[in-house]
Design a protein around this ligand. Structure first.
Ligand SMILES: [Zn+2]
Length: 248
């Protein structure tokens, strides 16, 4: 995600995955403190300290020990720390993650500094469930919503799809027939087979330039398998049909 041109003092970072929210917070923290160009340059002393997690003007606030909430004591400690001027940077950056773990008392304790704390204060609130934050907190932050996370295919399924794609694109009639029979013997459930065919379609599409004519045919067959629900009577029917179509 592109960073905002000029940084506001408080952001609510939502959406995406926990990792993607954390990565964005790290880049923004570096941007607040960077002394190079373009911001964040990634190579100046400040950027390197942020990357190394040793910048004295950055604080990550999270739940302590086995607690499920960020407590009002932690919020008060943050507030007290904020009024001590920065050590070496132009700003002091507080990353609160997960911000939806702030209990209501802690949120209330932060309201005033979110509203009109010292100008050098910067706040990044990371939340999977922003609805759990008080409206008064949310309204004091600008929201940065990351795109929803794409579900990642199971690596084993992906490998299988890649093998199947290779077979369909380059195998002889006999090899394809044998490969599909082996797949059939595993007796995949319809839903699994459907997922596998969808993944395989993706793999074939990526290799289309290397095998244009056969690739186009394979794609069409896979698409028909999925769309027509030919898989319903059982994989044997689909796969036999696909093999006949490919070499027929
Ligand atoms: Zn920098």
């Amino acid at each position: 995600m592109e960073l905002p041109q000029s940084l506001s003092h408080a952001y609510l970072i939502t959406g995406g995955s926990e990792d993607s929210r954390t990565q964005l917070a790290q880049r923004m923290t570096a941007a607040y403190l960077c002394t190079g160009q373009p911001v964040p340059c990634g190579v100046c002393r400040s950027c390197r300290k942020v990357q190394g997690g040793i910048h004295p003007d950055v604080q990550w606030v999270t739940t302590l020990g086995d607690k499920r909430e960020i407590t009002v004591d932690q919020a008060r400690a943050l507030r007290a720390d904020l009024y001590v001027t920065p050590n070496e940077g132009a700003r002091k950056v507080y990353v609160i993650s997960p911000a939806d773990a702030l209990n209501p008392a802690a949120q209330n304790a932060l309201l005033k500094i979110l509203e009109d704390g010292p100008a050098y204060g910067a706040f990044l609130l990371l939340a999977a469930q922003p609805g759990r934050l008080l409206e008064t907190v949310r309204s004091r932050c600008e929201t940065l919503a990351l795109p929803p996370q794409e579900p990642q295919p199971d690596p084993q399924q992906l490998e299988k799809a890649e093998q199947l794609a290779r077979l369909l694109l380059t195998g002889s009639e006999l090899e394809v027939a044998q490969g599909l029979t082996a797949l059939e013997l595993e007796k995949p459930k319809s839903a699994q087979l459907l997922d596998l065919l969808a993944l395989t379609e993706g793999c074939v599409a990526q290799q289309l330039s290397a095998h244009p004519a056969r690739g186009a045919k394979v794609l069409q067959i896979l698409k028909q398998c999925r769309e027509n629900g030919v898989y319903n009577p059982g994989p044997g029917h689909v796969l036999g049909w696909a093999c006949a179509r490919l070499f027929g």
